[in-house]
Design a protein around this ligand. Structure first.
Ligand SMILES: [Fe+2]
Length: 352
């Protein structure tokens, strides 16, 4: 199997934090062979197939490879069922794309919003702080009603929306929330995610992920700035593998955002990877590429393709804090595909 994207080639067995873990792998079934079969039957033709053709091709390949094998653990079966749903969702994105990348010239888009545009949302946060609703240590999230903020909404509709519409052909509704992260103590809930400096770098698990982050106060080195691996959005991805790894992610993430190492160790080699790419690859690929941080004052705004760009929202170090507005779009057509994908997954589970 040849994979060119260095972020899809995790080698967890070689990582320090997997030292004490014993790897079992799975016997009786060749996942590599299945992966190659899926790649040749589906792989690059993903956007040229109807959803039904995709489901049929997937079921055929899996049925042929799995056969009557009875020694596949349930978790591996679940991963196989969920992979189908992920492929359907990725296909939806591929079909609606009008251009290859969100931005051909760079990996992110940035703007500097004038204070006038963020005055209402900043006031909103100050009110919450006055009412004691913002945690002094940890993450506080508040929904924000954009429709009541006419100036910011106008900017979103006139600048952010057309940027995405140039990339994907979809209907869209903006939704927003404010995230305030304060790190007054060293023992924060996000610490387990940082086995090493890059362990929380990830791909978003939703194909339609084009978040806009607006800093609402100064963000420096210690404040958990948004960080990303420059040009990682331009690396070609093996979507069959990605769909499998998305499934591994779905079944191996624990409540605190860490990955269940014992579960990973039981999976076959090809499945020892997930959307938390930094965790699975270790620091190696990050040291080969250019990791950039977005530092800036209030109004600094970033837009990126979360499904393709390796990035980290960042958590502050002790004494740091970050207050930002996140704006996303809902894509109604994509939601329909998501339902269809869930149904296909359930159908496959039912038939097995
Ligand atoms: Fe993300």
């Amino acid at each position: 199997m040849t994979v060119s994207n260095i972020f899809q080639l995790g080698k967890v067995e070689q990582l320090d934090y997997f030292n004490a873990i014993e790897f079992h792998g799975l016997l009786g079934f060749e996942f590599d062979t299945l992966c190659d079969k899926l790649r040749s039957d589906i792989g690059s033709g993903l956007s040229g197939m109807s959803a039904f053709e995709l489901i049929r091709a997937y079921e055929n390949a899996v049925a042929k490879s799995v056969g009557d094998s009875t020694d596949i653990p349930q978790v591996a079966k679940n991963i196989l069922f969920n992979t189908l749903a992920n492929l359907i969702n990725i296909r939806a994105l591929q079909c609606s794309k009008k251009q290859n990348h969100l931005n051909e010239d760079a990996s992110i888009r940035t703007w500097n919003l004038e204070n006038e545009l963020t005055s209402k949302v900043v006031e909103f946060v100050h009110d919450l702080e006055r009412q004691g609703k913002v945690k002094q240590n940890g993450l506080s999230v508040f929904d924000y009603e954009l429709k009541k903020d006419s100036k910011l909404l106008e900017w979103v509709q006139n600048v952010y929306r057309p940027t995405i519409r140039a990339h994907v052909d979809e209907g869209m509704m903006p939704v927003a929330h404010v995230r305030v992260v304060n790190a007054s103590r060293a023992d924060n809930f996000w610490m387990p995610r940082y086995e090493h400096e890059y362990a929380n770098f990830h791909w978003d698990s939703t194909p339609y992920s084009f978040p806009l982050i607006v800093y609402l106060d100064e963000v420096g080195e210690r404040d958990g700035p948004f960080s990303y691996v420059d040009s990682s959005d331009k690396l070609s991805q093996d979507y069959v593998l990605r769909a499998m790894h998305m499934a591994v992610h779905n079944f191996s993430m624990l409540k605190d955002g860490t990955v269940d190492k014992k579960l990973i160790s039981k999976l076959p080699r090809v499945l020892r990877q997930g959307d938390r790419v930094g965790f699975f690859t270790g620091a190696g690929p990050f040291e080969e590429m250019n990791v950039k941080k977005v530092l800036g004052s209030r109004g600094t705004t970033v837009l990126f393709d979360g499904f393709h760009l390796v990035h980290d929202g960042g958590f502050p170090q002790q004494g740091g804090s970050r207050c930002s507005l996140f704006v996303n779009f809902r894509f109604p057509k994509q939601r329909l595909y998501k339902h269809a994908a869930n149904l296909a997954e359930r159908w496959m589970r039912f038939r097995s």
